[in-house]
Design a protein around this ligand. Structure first.
Ligand SMILES: Nc1ncnc2c1ncn2[C@@H]1O[C@H](COP(=O)(O)OP(=O)(O)OP(=O)(O)O)[C@@H](O)[C@H]1O
Length: 318
């Protein structure tokens, strides 16, 4: 579905002083190659400024690279923009494709005309998406009056109404609560499984990746550092999961053998662990009566940064 070969993109910035202006060339993406098969969900990860958006903009046809080869479904995105755009959907967490002052239903109807979706197919898709995403209560609401979670759900529907083969998701759950996140993840998983839509997911939320993508691409400073399964990466570098425990009463001894105690606050205690949570949960519940517990996932950005700074990945992959 996506073929990227030796992709390179630079930006030129003006620097220096008024008397001695200097042109500084910044390599946002350097020599990246990867392939995404139809029906895959791939997480595209990296710290701020790594080059993710630049890659996605090239893949959507918004930017032209300096060099390298890119085809998406056999088309060169920036050369065959019209045909390309008809086959892809995109949701950018920070922006909306909905008309600000129009009721959601009218925006979706306008998109039907933009993409020339047959009326019967539109009705069928709208019914399915309304059902899966719970759009019903706010179809008559203008986009500007939607909550962030509602807006994201409406944007997802808007991106998929024309049956694209490929979906770009950029931070689809940023700023949402747990329930709203899960609803969106559930929907994306459904669309991928039932309709075979290929998904490229850019996110800082490890929960999105764990739920949706088996494979991840990690980029930093414009270079691809890792292309492979999330599992081994997490097992090896994903330290920093935390178990937050609220005991029935402040424990006489908050230290639990086998876990690293990070801190206590009355009946609450925080422990660090890596790998699966079942073992640490069993240790804690055997230690003292527990009222509540949650697992805090590591910040993917910190994990990636640690991997990169430690040079661990380079050694691991070759
Ligand atoms: N239009 C532009 N002009 C100049 N420099 C740019 C431009 N767009 C991006 N850059 C630079 O290219 C690098 C990669 O940026 P990019 O937006 O691709 O990163 P990103 O991985 O998407 O980051 P974030 O997670 O913050 O969105 C950054 O150093 C950025 O400052």
């Amino acid at each position: 579905m996506i073929h990227v070969q030796n992709l390179r993109k630079t930006f030129t910035a003006q620097g220096g002083s008024w008397l001695r202006p200097q042109r500084r060339v910044h390599e946002a993406v350097r020599d990246i190659s990867f392939t995404v098969q139809p029906g895959e969900v791939v997480g595209y990860l990296g710290p701020n400024g790594a080059g993710k958006s630049t890659t996605v903009k090239i893949l959507t046809g918004l930017l032209v690279p300096d060099s390298g080869e890119v085809t998406v479904g056999g088309l060169v995105p920036w050369k065959a923009r019209r045909a390309h755009v008809a086959r892809l959907g995109a949701v950018f967490g920070q922006r909306t494709t909905l008309w600000w002052d129009l009721p959601v239903r009218d925006s979706l109807d306008l998109l039907r005309h933009v993409y020339r979706v047959p009326a019967a197919r539109h009705t069928e898709n709208l019914r399915l998406f309304t059902d899966l995403l719970g759009l019903g209560p706010f179809l008559a609401t203008p986009a500007r009056a939607l909550s962030l979670g509602q807006r994201m759900r409406a944007d997802l529907a808007a991106a998929l109404l024309h049956d694209p083969e490929l979906l770009f998701l950029d931070e689809p759950t940023v700023g949402l609560d747990v329930v709203a996140k899960e609803r969106i993840r559930e929907f994306v998983a459904h669309i991928n499984a039932q309709r075979g839509v290929t998904v490229l997911l850019t996110t800082h939320d490890l929960g999105d990746v764990e739920r949706l993508a088996r494979r991840v691409l990690i980029i930093d400073h414009g270079q691809l550092l890792y292309d492979g399964d999330l599992g081994p990466l997490q097992a090896r570098y994903g330290q920093g999961r935390e178990l937050h425990v609220e005991y029935e009463a402040p424990p006489a001894e908050p230290q639990v053998p086998g876990l690293t105690l990070l801190g206590t606050d009355g009946p609450r205690a925080r422990y660090a662990f890596s790998g699966a949570a079942a073992g640490p949960i069993a240790l804690v519940t055997a230690h003292a009566p527990v009222r509540d517990l949650t697992v805090q996932e590591p910040n993917i950005e910190a994990t990636i940064r640690r991997i990169y700074e430690g040079g661990l990945l380079r050694r691991a992959v070759g």
